[in-house]
Design a protein around this ligand. Structure first.
Ligand code: NI
Length: 186
């Protein structure tokens, strides 16, 4: 099944999400449904708060970028209880979008390298270093678990210019070809 996507202005996107336990109910189903939701809405990544669940879990599949970024082709992973250990490298700008912020794409500065620890779907522990586009997507999704959205990382002037558009999203004035949940719960 697929979930609707919670959009900008909904408080669940601003919460610091909590770690989950190994006995978390129906985790395999949840992860499968998150991948399905992400594919259907044509996202590269999806974090649990975006489907209204304030838990530390996100999924990524970089396959759609495979032609332009070959190392993304086989980058499919669920990240459970991730912990960013280190951010490295120069901050570089890259265009980002977010399923929770439909219609807005902006250049965001982020570090080019990240070291992250997490558990996969089988609860195997990983300690990985990602660079380039992988680091970009991981850091974007990881932000969601801390209640941070990419628009928070824009320069203040740019953010101010977007304020009207962001408010519009919260009021349901946007186009998206996937189901959504507005801040008022509709
Ligand atoms: Ni996002």
């Amino acid at each position: 099944m697929t979930y609707p996507i919670y959009v900008y202005g909904h408080p669940v996107l601003r919460k610091v999400a909590r770690d989950i336990e190994r006995d978390f109910p129906d985790l395999d189903t949840l992860i499968a449904d998150m991948f399905e939701t992400m594919y259907q809405s044509e996202g590269l990544g999806l974090a649990a708060p975006q489907i209204g669940k304030s838990i530390r879990l996100f999924v990524i599949d970089g396959k759609p970028l495979g032609d332009d970024y070959p190392d993304m082709k086989d980058f499919k992973q669920a990240f459970i209880n991730p912990q960013v250990m280190e951010r490295k490298g120069d901050r570089v700008p890259m265009n980002e979008g977010c399923l929770s912020i439909p219609g807005i794409h902006e250049e965001v500065d982020r570090e080019s390298e990240v070291r992250i620890q997490y558990y996969d779907q089988e609860w195997n522990f990983h300690d990985e270093v990602y660079k380039g586009y992988k680091a970009r997507v991981v850091l974007h999704e990881y932000d969601h678990l801390d209640g941070v959205l990419f628009t928070d990382r824009l320069y203040p002037l740019r953010r101010r210019l977007l304020r009207g558009k962001l408010n519009d999203i919260g009021k349901g004035r946007f186009e998206a070809d996937y189901r959504t949940v507005l801040p008022n719960g509709r």
